[in-house]
Design a protein around this ligand. Structure first.
Ligand code: ZN
Length: 419
């Protein structure tokens, strides 16, 4: 599948200095000081293109867009890579259920995803890479892991030996086993060394799509795909052969991102495989955005209660109101989507627009300083919104300066609200 990232966005520059970004990672607080030379290497797990783009997806990609924007606003640069899992069990199942070709289903869904990302004003990644484009690299990565003693065969399938990494499991083995089988793993399969060992290369069965490789005709497992794409595009192809360019470096990338449902097994397994190849810790920070629920329930495919961005937009909702509604709560919390939140966001948006259209408003600098304070503290968007409300109040009560343009540019740069 040939895919290009969605179109670049114009992001206005910032007129004042802001504090460095401090994020809470699974492994403690991490600070990202602005560095115009060395980009922050950020890898965010992309969609499996068969149900794009529900509000959970939107919340995740807005979270990493805020990080991207904040680093730019503080004078840094970001190398941002995102994948597309365009070959996987759920995609094949959906294509067969709908009696359609898996490739055209994937392509349609990727196009829909891209138009939703543009509508939500999310900056595109530098590389937006379908898994089907890195089959040779996956084979090379498996070879490197095999050389390092992490690979074995069950029938015709190739597995990764996770035993060296079990001490680092973020949850108990029992819980890991339960989640593993819910999220694409096969703990019951006989012949595996450990029930949690993930598949690296699946031999072709029942005429499913496949690719030639030294490991037979088949397709890659899910975790190896992200491991390979992140290393190839954020570090260079030599890393897939286990070559480290800077022997002093501790981490391969700066940020691994996604929803909290990816903490285990996906991010754990990708990191273990990257370490097995290179002997280095995969990411400096793991940042996960919370799950979005609907009507008091977790939003999920199995419950059939997914709410889609494209649906809201075709119902006439303003994409900026959808974006603002998703900023009302902190990114890391599990939270409910409600009609009321959308209404609150629409009203606030209207109020901001009205104020921005006036000749005189409250001064921009204190608002921008408050936005920087709030966002630099682990993306505290609720505090940022309180600051915007206070600015609106002051602009209505005692407008004093001609600085609406500055405020408008700051809301775009920092929050992605293009008004
Ligand atoms: Zn991933």
């Amino acid at each position: 599948m040939k895919i290009s990232p969605w179109p670049e966005l114009y992001v206005p520059g910032m007129s004042q200095a802001l504090p460095a970004l401090k994020m809470k990672s699974t492994y403690g607080e991490k600070i990202f000081p602005s560095d115009p030379i060395n980009p922050i290497r950020m890898y965010v797990c992309g969609i499996t293109p068969y149900d794009s783009t529900h509000l959970g997806h939107a919340a995740t990609y807005i979270t990493f867009d805020l990080i991207h924007r904040y680093i730019l606003a503080t004078g840094g640069t970001v190398s941002f890579v995102e994948n597309i899992t365009d070959i996987d069990e759920p995609l094949l199942e959906r294509a067969s259920r709908d009696n359609t070709d898996w490739q055209s289903l994937a392509l349609d869904q990727v196009q829909l995803f891209e138009s939703d990302m543009s509508a939500l004003h999310i900056m595109p990644p530098k590389y937006f890479v379908p898994a089907t484009q890195v089959m040779d690299e996956v084979a090379q990565a498996i070879e490197t892991m095999e050389k390092n003693g992490f690979v074995y065969k069950v029938d015709q399938d190739i597995y990764f030996d996770i035993s060296s990494y079990l001490d680092e499991l973020p949850i108990s083995v029992d819980e890991a086993l339960r989640i593993f089988s819910e999220r694409g793993g096969d703990p019951q399969r006989s012949g595996k060394r450990h029930p949690l060992d993930p598949v690296l290369w699946l031999a072709n069965k029942n005429g499913e799509p496949g690719w030639e490789s030294p490991y037979g005709f088949g397709r890659p497992g899910w975790h190896i795909e992200c491991c390979v794409i992140s290393l190839k595009y954020l570090r260079g192809p030599q890393y897939l052969g286990g070559t480290i360019l800077d022997s002093a470096e501790k981490f391969l990338i700066d940020i691994q991102g996604g929803g909290t449902d990816l903490i285990f097994p996906h991010h754990f397994m990708s990191a273990a495989q990257a370490h097995a190849m290179t002997g280095r810790t995969f990411a400096k920070a793991y940042i996960h955005s919370g799950m979005i629920g609907l009507d008091g329930e977790k939003m999920s495919k199995s419950k059939g209660n997914l709410l889609f961005v494209s649906q809201l937009i075709s119902d006439g909702e303003d994409p900026m109101a959808i974006r603002l509604a998703l900023l009302l709560d902190k990114y890391s919390q599990d939270r409910m989507w409600t009609e009321l939140k959308l209404e609150v966001a629409k009203e606030l948006l209207q109020r901001i627009r009205l104020n921005l259209s006036k000749m005189e408003v409250a001064p921009a600098a204190p608002l921008i300083a408050s936005l920087g304070e709030a966002l630099s503290r682990d993306l505290d968007t609720p505090a940022a919104i309180v600051a915007i409300q206070a600015w609106c109040e002051e602009s209505e009560a005692s407008p004093s300066v001609d600085e609406a343009g500055q405020v408008s540019r700051a809301l775009d740069s920092l929050l992605g609200l293009a008004l």
